[in-house]
Design a protein around this ligand. Sequence first.
Ligand code: ADP
Length: 401
Amino acid sequence: MYVLVVNCGSSSLKFQLIELPEERVVAKGLVDRIGQKVSAQFSYSSGERSFPVATVDAPDHPAALGHVIAALTSGATAVLRARSEIGAVGHRVVHGGEKFTGSVVITEEVLRCIEECGALAPLHNPANLAGIRACMEALPGVPNVAVFDTAFHQTMPPHAFHYALPYELYEQDRIRRYGFHGTSHKYVTETFAHIAGIPLDRVCCITCHLGNGSSLAAVENGHSVDTSMGFTPLAGVVMGTRCGDIDPALVFHLMKVKGLGAEQLADLLNKGSGLLGFSGVSSDMRDVLQAAQQGHVRAALAIELWAYSIAKYIGSYAAILPRVDGIIFTAGIGENSALLRAVICEKLRGLGILLDPTANERGKGARCISAATSRISIWVIPTNEELEIARETFELTARHE
Ligand code: ADP
């Protein structure tokens, strides 16, 4: 069965067509700059073949999806005979609030709930909904599945997800920790359990999703019991442009002394902080690393802040878990930077955590990188959120049929 995996942002539509149960990526691509003044760009590849980036007319998500379906089914880019070969569509949905503890087949009722959860993720859920509606229209009769970034963390116990705020704020406005990147944390947890030979319902691990946005999760017996992001993705460790944890009183201090409003502060903390704001160099870790290696003092210190914030979370999760079977690094930085994995692990020597330098620097794919004497094993496991979405979509729609 062909599953189309769709991830819509406000001005982008990323997709993969995956054949299941073979788990073969048949085609993938991105329509970027949807609805912007400049023309949209369409990149597409199938199998080993990449096609030149095309300029397309995409004033909205339905138009962008039209280009995707046309590419999948016609001309030199075709991989399907007809759109009817698409058996199901899996959508990444950012916020499922407390309603969704797992993936679901989309019904009118589900659409209404996703819309309601939009109050919690006003930037993301509306774009996700636009993608879902476009698919319902273009592929009538094909089941759509929603896979939520928040769902994996819905197993957090109350003492982990509540904030010590007046309880009415939770009751009336659902103010609590939700956590994000759940699809990635879930995928690497499952992969880790599989390759380490531990039953999923017994695995305890710390998953470190370190990309542009970063979050960690504490996983006990296969379930997320804590995570570093909070009510929004701003909380937790230092990120590309987000500050991570700060003293919340800074917000009103900055309002007073800088005369900043809510929007400006949101921009400052979400888009102008983190590696970018502190180093003044870039939000991209490769640029910051390069600047640090060339002697840029603030870039070097930005990396220290970043690594220190991650090491502290790992330490706190090691403290609250009954045991740790493994620490898992994933996403852009976690998978690719042996140097930064070493910088983080160096700060954890007090816990008896030791890397094997050769395994850390060489090797590819999912692997153990800790020394035989390490008290906790350390792993690199490449994440694959699209595959996780495809698997869950396949599972739900196969059962649905
Ligand atoms: P996103 O959160 O946007 O999905 P990714 O998971 O793709 O991001 O991670 C992007 C980050 O990974 C960027 O900061 C990039 O610089 C970093 N990155 C990728 N490769 C390397 C590398 N070899 N060394 C250090 N950082 C890397």
